[in-house]
Design a protein around this ligand. Structure first.
Ligand SMILES: [Zn+2]
Length: 253
């Protein structure tokens, strides 16, 4: 997948010649994968007996477990799409609960990056709890540019955290980085997680929310807590809940 390298900010004049890219239709499922997104092992369990590699578009997303690292994930991953109003209401409630949870641990962050922000629904909801925080949004689609145009975010970044042009721009810049239903959908969640920590200032807070708004059983990265600790973080919540908050230790290189 290719992205348009683009940043749009209220803080800077727009680059002449840039335009909002068209937003492609989003499929219901991401591509089926043969290996574990967390460790790369191909020893996966959970597929129906006798099922082999999917041909063409799959019709179901199944929960699979890696036999090596025990990571559990939906395969193919669910992707954002037009949602039922009940699901959207569930998403809004999840956003409010997450904002409250972060407010208890980090009440006055100056800067916040919402990763995979889409239309920036979370920054819009969180503003009630963080009126003085500057929210930026990152998304692989041009939806974030629309969100910037209606001032839901201060700065719009198009791409992924692991894209070089994004990583350079966000390095150690934010007090909070949030990832809602994001790690479940990216090809390399560990690399994205490390890149998210790279965007945090020392002492900054990471919010990972894996609650599935479609009320499906949440699929939790088994190695998330261990990976956060290995990367120099203190996990402030349980690692098996729907929402994980961690602090990047000041001594993290
Ligand atoms: Zn694995």
């Amino acid at each position: 997948m290719s992205y348009v390298a683009m940043f749009v900010s209220r803080r800077e004049p727009p680059v002449s010649g840039t335009s909002v890219p068209s937003v492609p239709p989003v499929p219901s499922y991401g591509p089926y994968r043969e290996d574990c997104p967390w460790c790369g092992s191909r020893r996966l369990r959970g597929r129906p007996r006798g099922a082999g590699p999917r041909q063409g578009a799959p019709h179901r997303s199944l929960v699979e477990r890696c036999s090596d690292c025990r990571h559990v994930f939906r395969n193919p991953p669910l992707t954002p799409g037009p949602e039922h109003p009940v699901v959207r209401a569930g998403v809004r409630i999840g956003h409010v609960l997450a904002a409250r949870a972060m407010a208890r641990r980090c009440p006055e962050p100056e800067s916040w990056l919402d990763v995979g922000t889409g239309d920036a629904d979370f920054p819009r909801a969180a503003r009630a709890y963080f009126p003085y925080t500057s929210f930026d949004g990152l998304d692989p689609t041009g939806r974030v540019l629309r969100a910037r145009a209606v001032e839901r975010v201060e700065e719009a970044l198009v791409g992924r955290l692991t894209d070089h042009h994004v990583a350079v721009r966000v390095r150690e810049r934010y007090d909070v980085v949030s990832l809602f239903q994001y790690l479940e959908r990216v090809p390399d969640p560990r690399a994205e997680l490390r890149a998210a920590l790279g965007a945090l200032r020392p002492g900054g807070h990471l919010l990972v929310d894996v609650a599935d708004p479609r009320r499906l059983a949440p699929v939790h990265p088994v190695g998330l807590g261990a990976e956060l600790v290995a990367q120099g973080c203190t996990v402030l919540t349980g690692t098996r809940g729907h929402r994980v908050i961690a602090r990047k230790d000041a001594s993290t290189p």
